[in-house]
Design a protein around this ligand. Sequence first.
Ligand code: 5RP
Length: 225
Amino acid sequence: MTEDEQKQAAAAKAVDYIEDGMVLGLGTGSCAAKMVDLLGKKVAHGLYVTGVPTSEATAAQARALGIPIVGLDEVSVIDLTIDGTDEVDPEGRLIKGGGGAHLREKIVASLSDRMIVIAEAKKKVPQLGAFKLPVEVIRFAAPALKPKLDALGGAPTLRLGKDGAPFVTDEGNYIYDCAFGKIDDPEGLALTLSTMPGVVEHGLFIGFADLILIGTNDGVEVIEV
Ligand code: 5RP
């Protein structure tokens, strides 16, 4: 199976968990986009759901597919969020934010009764940290935060867009991609980053995932967290 087929298989399995009437958190990224495509087909065949998109890109995709979407002013509880990941470890801890949407993704996940994570096989890792940890910062604080993240061992690189200018998130912030290497204490690092003034959100998702669906060459691996 190609990576794309693995993503497709995980996305297809995830939509089996969607029930009529649900309020759904719609993730961001290529794997989540496959799930949204499949959801769009179900909606076209009469399924009724309300989507809460985690990015402008996902909102645009959902609108194009006719999936009703709302903001957080219209819902207080989300039944289920389905989202991709950049890494997942054996304890279900994640690194997210490769697509730059981890701020809204974490807010939506935090409001969700359940989170299903979907990914291709290579995202399952024994230890987090090979993927650079995205840290979203307010622009004003970016120059001051660079040496602080460096001092933590993060070797931060300001994320750039395709045009070579700094990448700006949907919330108008910058992202430092931090090469911490293997992260021995994800909880400790998460706490440290969360308490740094100017850091808006980091890509460590700890205690969010309830079910992980990994597309593999032998089918979809289902991991209950
Ligand atoms: C976006 C994310 C994505 O879920 C993550 O980057 C995985 O994306 P993909 O499915 O394209 O590999 O966290 O902020």
